[in-house]
Design a binder for this molecule. Structure first.
Ligand code: KIV
Ligand code: NA
Length: 265
């Protein structure tokens, strides 16, 4: 595929090709991720944790999301870019939701938005879709509702919540969402959801029976090291590599090893 679109993702599911997705929040990282062949970059509101050091995703603002998204957009050539609508920018009413989605599209140049929730935000999703803005859903563990849940543990282990989740996924497909993220739910339930809709289901902590996978970039690169959920596969240990490189630099400066004769004018 030369350029990934929302249509490409639906075709990939139909053809049984898995979808790869990672977060990115800035130009330099996005350039590497896109160049490495990722299908989708998510400018996640996890930037609130990863970039800004907040404990939850709630504090990040729409202006801050637009700043991250526009940095990512300047870097990419091939992948689809999805931007999280942050907490507080779409929950009060459909008009506000549409205004927020339009700001993201106009001011960052992103290709689509993602919103957490099911039936409770249906009218807002429809309003945004009606304006021609593609929407990705997000069900299961929805971190913007952390104070309602109380913990970041696995969701939908009980029958009632599982039924609700399947109904919500079908509703999101019916209104016209192009894909859904399923976060931290039992693998068996996630597969059942993927089998009951024709739009792609992208999982994080949702097992291998879904249509694609997403991870937070800084987690999979091992830059963060205090967050160790079972679903996280670390492909590097950058926390250690960066720490030793930086302490080496400190030593080199202190010992006058850096700069040497060839490293000056
Ligand atoms: O913000 C984020 O990184 C996300 C992913 C975990 C799906 O929403
Ligand atoms: Na998010």
């Amino acid at each position: 595929y030369k350029r990934i679109t929302v249509k490409t993702l639906v075709d990939m599911k139909a053809n049984g090709e898995k979808i790869s997705m990672l977060t990115a929040y800035d130009y330099t990282m996005a350039k590497i991720v896109d160049g490495a062949g990722i299908d989708v970059i998510l400018v996640g509101d996890s930037a609130s944790n990863v970039m800004a050091g907040h404990e939850t995703t709630l504090p990040i603002t729409l202006d801050q999301m637009i700043y991250h998204a526009s940095s990512v957009i300047r870097a990419i050539e091939r992948c689809l870019v999805v931007v999280d609508l942050p907490f507080g920018s779409y929950q009060s009413d459909p008009k506000e939701a549409l205004r927020s989605a339009i700001r993201i599209m106009k001011e960052s140049g992103a290709h689509s938005v993602k919103m957490e929730g099911g039936r409770e935000i249906k009218d807002s999703i429809k309003r945004i879709l009606n304006a021609g803005i593609p929407v990705m859903g997000h069900l299961g563990l929805t971190p913007q509702s952390i104070y309602k849940f109380g913990t970041y543990t696995v969701r939908a282990k009980e029958e009632v919540e599982a039924e609700q989740l399947i109904d919500d996924a079908k509703m999101l497909e019916k209104v016209g969402c192009f894909a859904i993220v399923l976060e931290k739910i039992p693998a068996k339930l996630a597969k059942k959801v993927a089998d009951s809709v024709s739009i792609p289901i992208i999982g994080i902590g949702a097992g291998g029976g879904v249509d694609g996978q997403v991870l937070v970039l800084h987690d999979m690169l091992g830059m963060t090291h205090e967050f160790n959920p079972r679903f996280l596969r670390r492909y590097m240990n950058l926390y250690e590599d960066m720490t030793s490189s930086i302490s080496q630099y400190v030593d080199d400066v202190k010992s006058r090893d850096f700069p040497n004769d060839s490293e000056q004018y």
